[in-house]
Write a protein that binds this ligand. Sequence first.
Ligand code: NOJ
Ligand code: CA
Length: 701
Amino acid sequence: MKYFFGLLLWMKVLGASAQETLKSPDGDLELKFSLDNKGVPTYALTFKGKAVLLPGKLGMEIAGDSISLRDGFRITGTQVSSVNDTWTPVWGQSSRIRNQYNELEVALYQEKRDTRILLRFRLFNDGLGFRYEFPKQKNLNYFTVKEELTEFRMTGDHKAFWLPGDYQTEEYKTSTTLLSGILPKLKSGTLKVGENYPLYENKGLVSVQTPLMMKSSDNLYINIHEAALVDYPAMMLELKGQTFSAHLTPDAVGNRAYIQTDFTTPWRTVLVSDDARDILASNTILNLNEPCALESTDWIRPVKYVGVWWEMFVKGSTWAYTNETNTKLGKTDYSKLKPNGTHGATTANVKKYIDFAAKHGFDQVLVEGWNEGWEDWYGLWKEDVFDFVTPYPDFDLNYLRDYAKSKGVRIMMHHETSAAATNYERRLDEAFRFMTANRYNAVKTGYVGYPIPRGEWRSGQWMASHYLRVAKEAAKHHIMVNSHEAVRPTGLCRTYPNWLAQESARGTEFEALADSDPDHTTILPFTRLVGGPMDYTPGIFQTTFDYYDPSNKKRVHTTLVKQLALYVTMYSPLQMAADLVENYERFPDALQFIKDVAVDWDETHILEAEPGDYVTIARKAKGKNEWFVGGITDENGRTAQINLDFLPAGRKFKATIYEDARGAHWETNPMAYGIRTVEVTSKTVLGQILAPGGGVAISIK
Ligand code: NOJ
Ligand code: CA
């Protein structure tokens, strides 16, 4: 409603002019909006005079409506405005965030359908955001989107870091090819989520998903994603030639989205720079999201945690209590079933993790497999598998709750839903009350399998709304959320800062399930992390798994030191130390870095970055005179140039450097590391050697 009245107030008839230009505050980016001779809205973008996006179409196709919102528009008014302010995130990569942009609002009228829409463009110094706005009006109260007609027309055969546009998952390896290589690679049928994880493969495969990172041959870095995905499906991109077209994830009957006006779509974002570091430093996606919607936030705290988890991947521990199958929710008496002897979430094992957390200063202990239902827990016929409130007989919930309390530690709740979102929503209130009653204030959710409602996809409108409903509901109970297998994030953590992190990409678990490439974590900051923090679960010290079982030739594709560096390079207010506590006890000196590293920051400095090759980041811990530096490289060794000019001038600091030992190598010698301390100042530049697949981690006090 407010947009419609706003429109009436602002309307400025433009006469014949059908072209509008907008510049970013620093003048480097320029947007040109125009209507073509058929009245189709188009937009184009340049950076320092170089084309970034050629004129691409905008519009919306409405189901069952032959006119739709594709052409025949005229401009009825425009409005230009500017914003330059700062805001304070509850947690983040910096304690203040500048929000500076110039905005162009274009009011359009389509005669044949008697419909008004608005297009809103915001140009920041590092990128563009734009969205469609549908004011409430006689001819547009409700509609069904058949397809969004947004185009992104690239200017050349760019190098792209991409994942297939699978409606179900973001857990593929990244492919790095030219744009012209995308369709052949998709058609080759070789893209798999993982050799032991065939669940999602090739279902609903569109060209690519976002965040999509590209680099042009003239060294422009371009990232396409979206911000504020609310009540709408995620955007995939279909490639034809060098043009990407929006392809919204469909629902069970093939529609894309059901809209009631007033409505605004998510923002479509295009980050651009000639310096890769600017992509990592960008706050544009957060800035395009609404401010915090929660009344109080003092209960929200960044979390460093350990957990009964990695042993399920490398040591044969099980989530399930018994080997019996066909257990039924509420109808199976577990105390009568024979325990399988491999159950991980036993009282004694959890107690061991609580002791470790207390001793080493971790906030929480994740316990998976604590609740009934894991014997055969997913599949199309499985709706009522978990009730989220019934512990297995060998998990003494009351005892562990009280024991954790006595040690100043919390247990982290785990709600695997097996993607039965309907079941979860029915039980959510009870599940959250149960958590509060038992001292849990954070939940890791999971959505393995095909969603229920059946036929929905994890990136469709219904599921996107579900994850957000859960985060909002959790906030009412003062619960923090870490969602796994949820659709990739779009900066909603600004509005709902209790939504601390998500998985939504190939995490560390894949090193055990299949593999990941040594360049994986040099790409993720440019792709997945653009939308928000990831629960990547780093910190694997025992990098080879034949240590547990000589026949297990899988391994982590990094050195041990690179695992440390990830705590700095993979920003998240929620960080797991994922390895087994017995492994941490073998390497107490390396563990010290994980104990020390902050999870909330005053400042972030992107020192070096190139997608697919290397990332070096320095951050200042929130409210402390402590800095942490993480540097990582791909399969090639390199010397990182670490300029410490972010330190206060004129003072001396002690830097503890965790480094790959001479001869270290992710494949042949991954666990060789050294630790040394040096005196540094703001004038120091460290030339630090990183092993192939290696890294460096530095703490400065
Ligand atoms: C997949 C999640 O990513 C993983 O962390 C979890 O352990 C399993 N699902 C079981 O819920
Ligand atoms: Ca997962």
